[in-house]
Design a protein around this ligand. Structure first.
Ligand code: ADP
Ligand code: MG
Length: 377
């Protein structure tokens, strides 16, 4: 009996100590990594311990033999986790890169399908970095110029470079200069793409890194994708989108599996999964569609009201650190407890100390909000 319960304990991740009203301990709080295929969301004001939770969870989940991929915008996770022997820090341009204007799915052979795939990636980039997807006219400009390139005899799977594409759009702009609206739309397509071919960004978006494949990220290793060298926020968003799209597709190619195959971790997730009913991010697609493919999601944000509501709703594990904005508190508690119980927890959320969180689980088993002092060494 003891042995069974011991092995059950050790296949779980330890979050911290449960604290009661009086502040005394009531045992450990543990989570089963397999539950993370149902999504996990961490919220709290800046400086309340969210990034530390991520490091704590990611390290343990990886040690239990699961693949973990952290998208690290600031380099803080790379710094904190580099001391772990099983962590691999991956740097764009150095260890991985992509060709933006080529299909994300290598099995695509048809030119039209390839073009639609590229347009889809660019649409996510536009939506997240500029607050709006490409207009119908911008889509047409992108589509027609890609068609021109690939009709010239280039295979769609080889893609094209951003520099070449921009020069095609410039010619096209000249050609269409008397047609209403084209000049402005061409300008805006170019101005959004141009920064991606300047300086070190060219190396990140204009060629796929030899020897790197997204399949590698399914090995049972802790990967920290350190995006801090990209100085420009839209570039971080774009690289995140490309990675997430490929991770989403690859998980599906690998097929169904029970339990957790890979945990995808995104800190400050409102940047790439904003609250916008018009837009469905890849993070939402992973959360909603990829549980059966064993792809779990762990996201953190300072402001739940800025994060995609679908992510909050679809998560079954929620960590709520100190929040002081009434709207954020209401929103979180609405997902964590039923209406009648909200009042009971309102004061708690405002009074949590550093590294303390209310942790709630809704599936596969139900654990009501429990105050936990997250481990910190
Ligand atoms: N559980 C904890 N106990 C004690 N200190 C913590 C805990 N978690 C984080 N800290 C400290 O608090 C500070 C902010 O933590 P961080 O995880 O970066 O917060 P956030 O990501 O919410 O902004 C850091 O200096 C960190 O060392
Ligand atoms: Mg943080």
């Amino acid at each position: 009996m003891r042995l069974t319960s011991l092995s059950q304990q050790t296949s779980k991740v330890r979050i911290g100590r449960i604290i009661t009203e009086t502040g005394s301990g009531r045992g450990d709080f543990r989570l089963d990594p397999d539950w993370m295929t149902r999504g996990c969301v961490i919220v709290g004001k800046s400086g309340t311990g969210k990034s530390h939770d991520i490091d704590l969870l990611a390290g343990q989940v990886s040690q239990l033999g699961h693949a973990v991929v952290i998208l690290d915008r600031t380099g803080e996770h790379a710094e904190a986790l580099s001391r772990l022997s099983f962590a691999h820090i991956m740097r764009p341009g150095q260890d991985f890169s992509f060709q933006l204007l080529s299909p994300s799915d290598p099995t695509i052979e048809s030119t039209d399908e390839g073009i639609e795939d590229i347009l889809d990636t660019l649409s996510h980039y536009f939506a997240v970095s500029f607050g709006q997807g490409p207009t119908p006219l911008q889509q047409r400009i992108i589509r027609e110029n890609l068609q021109t390139h690939f009709r010239n005899g280039w295979g769609v799977s080889q893609g094209t470079s951003v520099v070449d594409f921009i020069s095609l759009v410039r010619h096209y702009q000249d050609f269409k200069k008397n047609v209403h609206g084209f000049v402005e739309s061409c300008e805006s397509v170019v101005s959004r793409l141009h920064p991606l071919c300047v300086g070190n960004l060219g190396r990140v978006f204009d060629q796929s890194k030899e020897g790197f494949s997204v399949q590698d990220l399914f090995a049972p290793v802790l990967f920290v994708m350190d995006l801090s060298s990209l100085k420009y926020e839209p570039a971080k968003n774009l690289l995140s989108q490309i990675l997430l799209k490929q991770l989403f597709q690859e998980a599906r190619r690998l097929g169904r599996v029970d339990g957790l195959r890979q945990l995808v971790v995104v800190d400050e997730a409102h940047n790439i999964a904003p609250r916008d009913p018009e837009y469905q991010s890849f993070l939402e697609m992973i959360a909603i569609e990829n549980r059966k493919y064993g792809q779990g999601l762990l996201v953190a944000t300072t402001s739940p009201s800025q994060l995609s509501e679908a992510l909050l709703r679809n998560a079954s594990i929620r960590f709520c650190h100190l929040l002081d904005d009434g709207k954020d508190i209401d929103l979180m508690l609405r997902f964590m407890v039923n209406r009648l119980e909200i009042d009971r927890y309102l004061a708690d959320v405002r009074m949590l100390g550093l590294g303390e969180a209310l942790v709630q689980v809704s599936a596969p088993k139900s654990i009501p909000p429990t105050k936990v002092a997250v481990d910190f060494k």
